[in-house]
Every structure is written in C-alpha cells, then in structure tokens.
Design a protein around this ligand. Structure first.
Ligand code: NAD
Ligand code: MG
Length: 361
C-alpha cells in the first residue's frame, strides 16, 4: 500500500518557524514521514521558504491554530507574546511542545488551571526540562528528592562585576556552547535564562523551589538531573544540540533517530560549580519572584524582556538589566494570577515600570 497511514501522521503547528528552534524543528519534521507541518507562523520575517498549507506572518496565533486543527503545537515564539497560543493549546487539550518558556513562567498558575481543565499535555522542548521529564518519567512524586538544573554559565562565567561594567551586546551574544536567538542568548549571559528555567521547572513538575538546585556545568553535556530518595541521581547527557529535545517532544512517546553523534565519553571532562548570584543577581531575583508567586513571575519576565531589548539597543549597560528587573519587582503591585486579564495587566505594569527604570536617552 506504500506511504504512512493517514491516521498515523502527526500534524504539527509550528509557531516561530523562522527562529533558531523553528528552523531546527523544520529539519526534524522533514526527516520524519510520520510528522507533517499543518501550519507555520512567524512574527515579522517572511515564510516563503517554509512548506506548510497554512502560513501566517504576524497576527493572531490562536486564529491560525483554530484553522489548522493540529495534533501538536510547537510554540517556539520568543517572549510573552506566545501566551495566547500556549493557553489556547492547553485549553483545547492538544499536546503542547513548549519552547516558549516565557509563556509558562508568566502564566504559571493560570496555565496549570487551563491544563487541568483542558487535559493538555506539555512536552518540554527546553533541553533541561526535556532531560528532567525523561529522568522523572514513571516516578511517583514521593520518590523524588530534588531536581538539579544545569547551565553553562554563559560567556561571562567566572567574571567579577567590575569585569562586566563595559561588556557589549556582541560579547554577550558569543555563547560558549549553544547557538540560539538573541534574547535567550543574552538571558544566558545574565543567568536570567536559568531563572526562567527554575520557574519553568517548578510549574512543569510541581516541585517546590527549595528542592530545585541550579549548578553550572560549562560544557553543557549534562542537561539536568533528578535526585531520588534512595540516594540515586539520574542524569541526562548529550551534546548540546536542540534537535534532540525538539525531536523527543515531537515524536514522544517514540524516540526517533536524529543526526546527533553518540557521546564520546573519553573526550569529555565534566566539571560542576555553583552559580555566582552576587555577580549574576537575575537568578536570585527569579527565585524570589517564583517564591512570591501570583503575578510576580510575570513581572520578572516582562521587565527582563524590556531590559534585554534596551541592552541590545545600546540603551542600557549589561549590569543595568538586573537593576531594572529588581526595581520593577520591588515596585510591582503583585496580585494572584486568577485569569488572563491579571497576567496581561501585570505584564503591562512591569513593562511600564521597566521603561521608567531605563536611563534617559
Ligand atoms: P528566535 O529569536 O531565534 O526566534 C523567534 C521566533 O518567534 C521567530 O520565528 C519570530 O518571527 C517568532 N515570533 C516572535 N514574536 C512572534 C509573534 N508575536 N507571533 C508569531 N511569531 C513570533 O528565538 P529562539 O532562540 O528560536 O527561541 C524561541 C523560544 O524558544 C524562546 O522562548 C526561547 O527561550 C526558547 N528556547 C530556545 C532555545 C534555543 O536553542 N534557541 C533553547 C531553549 C529554549
Ligand atoms: Mg534551556
């Protein structure tokens, strides 16, 4: 009969198709006959070379999803603007392959309620969370002792605050192990990315913040680990290559082949160190925001988005990013995150506060 059966084809809606994750996702979909793109979207860049029956540049992502009726949504949009697509997917009980961590962080408690109501499943694409989900799979909550989230430490690991006074966007964008979009690369340099990931892990796995440790592992080979109550720790290892977690999320529960080479253990050195949160305060600010709960994670995220954009535009020094976020968190109203309107309001307020915290042009 030839060719895959129609009902075995998974229809993927790819949001953020022109980005770093989006491009790699297109490669994964093209390599697997059981996956097909049913829709592709970008923010402003053209989609001419993307082959999908429905394409949309800008505009309302939920309208596109309504038309596409996907089996899985890969949300690879950058920033808070991905939140409506995340909520729509969870509310419709459709699998959400989630790269857009900002939407989960900002929407936290709200998303969980939506996921419960809609029955939607989140398949994390973030490499650390993909690793954690794999180490946790099939385990009861009471068997888990704690989570260890690993990070490379970014290009400025080991520097003092004095050595960071004059760093440029170009230097911040020279990430040692991962090639990614601009915003997440700056977040990796400030450790805001690890902060977002801490909150992401809390919401994804329901583990309290005090049981989530962050450790630096400069070569990004250990993607995270879970400690269990019997003293065993399970780690997930691999070369830093986002095609692996993208493929895992899209082909789950199968584990499809990827072009990534097998790990050559004898050529590796694995060293671990504690993060320096005095030099990189955004990790501490994220933990505080997460522990305060309600709309604080949303505030952290929005203020960080504004500060990173200002840094990239040359309007704010590198160390100013944490100052702007800390200041916005201190001044924010902070409410329970009851509905989307609470989140949108917290996001607007945080952007306003962060703008006020920027140096006058
Ligand atoms: P990127 O900047 O390379 O790409 C972002 C994509 O989102 C682009 O296609 C852009 O057109 C699209 N976009 C932006 N705003 C949009 C909107 N309002 N509507 C529709 N599309 C919009 O970013 P990236 O590095 O691919 O990261 C995407 C997400 O994945 C981020 O949340 C990031 O934190 C997360 N992530 C990325 C990596 C990585 O290796 N790049 C790793 C882990 C997690
Ligand atoms: Mg990550």
């Amino acid at each position: 009969m030839g060719g895959p059966r129609l009902d075995s084809v998974k229809r993927v809606a790819l949001l953020g198709a022109t980005g770093s994750i989006g491009r790699q996702a297109i490669e994964i979909v093209a390599a697997h006959p059981e996956l097909e793109l049913c829709a592709a979207a970008s923010g402003s860049s053209p989609l001419d070379d993307v082959d999908a029956p429905l394409k949309q540049v800008g505009g309302d992502l939920t309208e596109l999803l309504e038309r596409a009726q996907p089996d899985v949504v890969l949300n690879a949009v950058v920033g808070f603007s991905g939140i409506h697509a995340t909520l729509w997917t969870l509310a419709h009980g459709i699998d959400l392959a989630l790269a857009n961590k900002e939407s989960l962080v900002a929407g936290g408690e709200r998303q969980l309620a939506t996921r419960q109501a809609g029955g939607g499943r989140i398949l994390p694409v973030d490499s650390e969370h993909s690793a954690l989900a794999q180490c946790l799979e099939g385990r009861a909550a009471e068997e888990v002792h704690s989570l260890v989230l690993t990070g490379s430490g970014g290009p400025f690991r080991g520097r003092t605050r004095d050595e960071l006074l004059d760093v440029t966007p170009e230097e911040a964008l020279a990430h040692p192990t991962w090639r990614m979009g601009l915003k997440i690369t700056v977040d990796s340099a400030t450790l805001a990315n690890k902060g977002l990931e801490l909150i992401e892990a809390h919401f994804l796995f329901g583990i309290p913040y005090e049981l989530i440790e962050v450790v630096l592992q400069p070569t990004s080979v250990v993607h995270s680990l879970v400690r269990f109550r019997d003293g065993a720790a399970l780690a997930h290892l691999g070369y830093p290559d986002m095609r692996v977690p993208i493929s895992y999320a899209l082909t789950y529960p199968a584990r499809a082949a990827t072009p990534t080479p097998p790990l050559d253990l004898t050529s590796l050195t694995l060293e671990f160190e504690a993060p320096d949160t005095d030099t990189f305060p955004l990790l501490r600010l994220a933990r505080d925001a997460g522990e305060r709960g309600g709309t604080y994670p949303c505030t952290f995220n929005a203020a960080n988005e504004v500060a990173v954009a200002a840094f990239l535009a040359g309007r704010l020094p590198f160390l100013g990013i944490a100052d702007v976020v800390g200041d916005a968190l201190a001044r924010a109203t902070g409410t329970p995150a009851r509905d989307v309107e609470d989140l949108l309001e917290a996001d607007r307020e945080a952007r306003r506060l962060a703008e006020q915290g920027l140096p006058v042009a």
